[in-house]
Structure formats: structure tokens, C-alpha cells
Design a protein around this ligand. Structure first.
Ligand SMILES: Cc1cc2nc3c(=O)[nH]c(=O)nc-3n(C[C@H](O)[C@H](O)[C@H](O)COP(=O)(O)OP(=O)(O)OC[C@H]3O[C@@H](n4cnc5c(N)ncnc54)[C@H](O)[C@@H]3O)c2cc1C
Ligand code: FES
Length: 259
């Protein structure tokens, strides 16, 4: 069995590319070493053999079993489109894990909120809370049932579901569920589209509940050097999403100022 590695540069081999629906792929990569990671951290993956796209792309680590790392990839552009052609045995270059991840020690009365592809960032957090026996609630929402792409994998974690069109679970916004289900909550962890995160921040701050949000930004290096992922915090200071984030205390970031 591979020991955990602290290296930040890795090679791996594709062991599966499962198309969950046309625009979502579950990519499984067996790493030659076994990088240790914390929930909420991400890796940069080279998606082409050549220079187009030249830059590696950031993806949250969904989970890891016996050295196989899974990534949930939403196809949005040139790099992610290339993943559709990844075949068993293809060699892959990765760097990381990078970023701070979700704060440790967040204990009881935890609610985890995932909107759409945001489930990728919180999936391993939910696994960890579940394994530890920490009480938590998972809330998972999307526009339609079809977009709840990880529903099957999430069954053991008994998610409360919402869809904007009412095709599954609560008919309406995920934040409606949140507003109703957090009377005794101490901490909320959330990942999803920015408008959803802004609504989660509003609901939690009104009730004085601690809230951490995982953010996305265009990234070039992933480890704090290029400054390409810089955002402004609530005080107007710059923060690198790859280094000080991607998980931020919601009250410290100005979610409406991020594009
Ligand atoms: C820390 C972090 C974790 C992420 N985790 C995941 C994940 O688990 N699964 C997943 O599917 N995606 C994730 N992303 C987003 C993913 O990195 C981008 O979708 C990907 O880089 C797009 O590459 P592309 O070459 O296909 O798109 P491009 O051709 O480069 O761009 C296509 C479109 O996507 C937009 N876009 C590209 N990159 C980003 C970005 N980083 N944030 C917001 N919009 C972007 C562009 O503005 C453009 O409109 C994460 C991003 C970050 C920063
Ligand atoms: S991606 Fe280079 S500093 Fe964040």
C-alpha cells in the first residue's frame, strides 16, 4: 500500500472516466504516490498533451480510496472538454493539493450546503463528518433533478434535496431549506454559484451563525505566485483564492464584488 506523500508534483494514470450526463464527468486517477489532502483542497490538472490549454486547471478533490483520486468535472470549455477523450491508462500530470480546505475542528451542529457542481468541494468533508460520527445535515440543490449528478453517491449521507423546478425534493431555492433547518446550527459550510453563496451568507449572518464558503477563481499557478486568482476581501485587502482560500469565512469576503 502507498504511504501518504507530501510532494506537490505528481503523475498518475486514468483508471476511469464516467460520464454522469453530457456535461459532467467523474474522473478517477491513480496517483503514483499518495498525496495527503484535507477536505476542500484542490489539485491542478494538466488537461492537454500540448500547449492548448497551456495552464493546468483547478479541481476539488472529490475523494480518495487506495490511491485513486476522483474529480467531478463539469465541462465548460476547452480544457474540460478534453477530459471526454481521456481513456483508461492515459498518463496525467497533477500538482497540489493546494489551498486551505475547510477549517478543522468544526464540530457539532454543522450544515453543509452544496449547489450544483459545488458538491465536489464539500463531498469529502461530508464523508469525514460521517466517518467521525459528527452530527451534520447535508443540503444539496440544483436547477433540475437531472443536475443532481451525485445523488446516488450521496444516499448514505441522506441529503435534503431542492430543485428550482420542483422535479425533486423541495420546490425552490436551497436557501429556503437552509433558512428552515438551522435553528441549532453552529456552522455552515457552503460551495456553489456565487448568488447562492451570497444568499447563504445573508441567512447565516442574520442568525449569527458561523459560515465558511468555498470560492472559485481563474487560476494560473495554484500556489500563490501569479496573483491571478486575487479577490478583494470585505476590508478591501487582496486575498489569493488559491492560497488564503479557497475556503473563506463568509464575513471576511465581499461576495458581490467577485466576478
Ligand atoms: C479551487 C477551485 C476548485 C474547483 N473545483 C472544480 C470541480 O471540482 N469541478 C469542476 O467542474 N470545476 C471546478 N472548478 C472550476 C474549474 O477549474 C473550471 O471550470 C475549469 O478550469 C475550466 O477550464 P476550461 O479550460 O474547460 O474552461 P475555459 O475554456 O478556460 O473557460 C470556459 C468558461 O468557464 C469559465 N471559467 C473557467 N475557469 C473558471 C474558474 N476557475 N472559475 C469560474 N469560472 C471559470 C470561463 O470564464 C469561461 O466562461 C474549480 C475552480 C477552483 C478555483
Ligand atoms: S493561482 Fe497563482 S496566485 Fe493564485
Amino acid at each position: 500500500m502507498l504511504k501518504n506523500s507530501t510532494k506537490l508534483i505528481h503523475d498518475g494514470t486514468v483508471v476511469a472516466t464516467d460520464v454522469l450526463r453530457q456535461d459532467y464527468i467523474l474522473l478517477s486517477v491513480r496517483a503514483d504516490d499518495r498525496p495527503r489532502f484535507e477536505p476542500g483542497q484542490f489539485m491542478m490538472i494538466r488537461l492537454s498533451d500540448g500547449y492548448d490549454p497551456f495552464l493546468l486547471r483547478p479541481f476539488s478533490i472529490l475523494d480518495e480510496h487506495d490511491g485513486v483520486y476522483r474529480f467531478l468535472i463539469k465541462v465548460v470549455g476547452k480544457g474540460t472538454r478534453a477530459v471526454r477523450n481521456f481513456r483508461y491508462g492515459r498518463r496525467v500530470f497533477l500538482t497540489g493539493p493546494f489551498g486551505n480546505g475547510f477549517p478543522r475542528g468544526a464540530g457539532h451542529d454543522t450544515v453543509v450546503v452544496a449547489g450544483g457542481a459545488g458538491i465536489a468541494s464539500v463531498f469529502s468533508l461530508v464523508q469525514k463528518l460521517h466517518e467521525r460520527g459528527t452530527p451534520y445535515k447535508l443540503m444539496y440543490g440544483a436547477r433540475t433533478e437531472d443536475e443532481l449528478v451525485l445523488s446516488n453517491l450521496l444516499k448514505p449521507y441522506d441529503p435534503a434535496i431542492s430543485t428550482d423546478d420542483g422535479s425533486k425534493g423541495h420546490h425552490g431555492k436551497l436557501t429556503d431549506l437552509l433558512a428552515k433547518g438551522i435553528e441549532h446550527t453552529k456552522t455552515v459550510f457552503a460551495c456553489g454559484p456565487l448568488p447562492m453563496l451570497a444568499a447563504v451568507k445573508a441567512v447565516t449572518s442574520r442568525r449569527g451563525i458561523e459560515c465558511y464558503v468555498s470560492l472559485e477563481a481563474r487560476m494560473a499557478c495554484g500556489f500563490g505566485v501569479c496573483l491571478g486568482c486575487t479577490i478583494f476581501d470585505a476590508k478591501g485587502n487582496t486575498r489569493r483564492v488559491c492560497k488564503e482560500g479557497p475556503v473563506f469565512d463568509a464575513k471576511e469576503v465581499n461576495l458581490s464584488g467577485i466576478h
